[in-house]
Design a protein around this ligand. Structure first.
Ligand code: FAD
Ligand code: FES
Length: 262
């Protein structure tokens, strides 16, 4: 069951041009969190913006009761959020939604993130690694100025590869180019993906062609976050008239289940 809490902010820093990392303490929520789920955050203390903003669980430490978010400034709400200071409180609802499947130990997992879509994959990497899975993380971004801090992945001890569209860091090209050129599909048991939909559509095609199962995490504009307003409906691939609610049935879906916008 999701709960409401006032999270004490214990860390907030700018990572790159538009990316921030925010850490707060909310033990009752942290304790329930699973990778792929998200929280709904009230940004600021005013009536406007009224609606909460959904943000993924970037990292969770159940021992400390802390949750870390990675967010990109795109509009009014996230801009207001940048002004939050350490020792202030944030109004949090969560955890919400359905998270990722956790593989059995020794499985080979490939995690593919595009831009800020890396956010839910870091906590996932931690939990998979704790479950003795082999974890490889591919992260693609446009340029090195938008890279995030990878100390977390280093600390978790997973293999990670960076790709930049302009070649300013790591592999030059889209992360999907790296996938097709450098990854041996026979060595992957399961793919997890989050990022722009055209990228996820390419990954889904790769998974289908190579007969690899997996999951994608979708972003959709949300209002209630609990399945009441129908604001986040998405069509299923196989059944013409069947829609799912991203906030409640997702945000994680099977890689072959939902219609992805190319
Ligand atoms: C389940 C889920 C998890 C998410 N996790 C993260 C995360 O970990 N880090 C992160 O930075 N962002 C994440 N997002 C996206 C984040 O919620 C939006 O960027 C944020 O709500 C924008 O708020 P705003 O007030 O700054 O922008 P707004 O003023 O509301 O919008 C600014 C611009 O962003 C676009 N936009 C707003 N919301 C979305 C959305 N959900 N999908 C696509 N475009 C959108 C608008 O069309 C507009 O062009 C997630 C979204 C969902 C649904
Ligand atoms: S956001 Fe209201 S039903 Fe999904």
């Amino acid at each position: 069951m999701p709960s409401l809490a006032n999270g004490l902010v214990v860390g907030h820093r700018k990572l790159s041009k538009d990316m921030y990392e925010l850490e707060f303490i909310a033990p009752e929520i942290a304790n329930e969190c699973k990778p792929g789920q998200y929280i709904n955050l009230k940004v600021g203390n005013e009536l406007d913006p009224l609606l909460r903003r959904p943000l993924s669980l970037y990292d969770v430490d159940k021992r400390l009761g802390s949750i870390t978010l990675l967010y990109k400034v795109v509009g009014k709400g996230t801009q207001i959020l940048t002004r939050t200071k350490v020792k202030e409180y944030v109004d949090v609802m969560g955890p919400l939604g359905r998270g990722f499947k956790i593989l059995e130990e020794k499985s080979n997992a490939l995690l593919i993130g595009g831009g800020v879509g890396i956010a839910p994959l870091v906590y996932l990497a931690r939990v998979l690694k704790d479950n003795n899975c082999n974890v490889q993380v591919l992260h693609g971004t446009d340029t090195k100025n938008n890279l995030v801090d990878f100390n977390k992945l280093e600390e978790i001890g997973v293999e990670y590869i960076l790709a930049t569209d302009d070649g300013s860091f790591g592999f030059k090209g889209f992360v999907t180019d790296f996938l097709k050129e450098k990854i041996n599909p026979k060595e992957i048991d399961y793919i997890y993906c989050c990022g722009p939909e055209p990228m996820m559509a390419e990954v889904a095609k790769y998974a289908l062609v190579n007969n690899i199962d997996g999951e994608v995490s979708l972003e959709e504009h949300m209002a209630c976050g609990v399945g009441a307003c129908l604001g986040c409906a998405r069509k299923l691939k196989s059944k013409d008239e069947l829609y799912v609610k991203v906030c409640k049935d997702g945000p994680v879906f099977n890689i072959n289940e939902v219609e992805l916008n190319k």
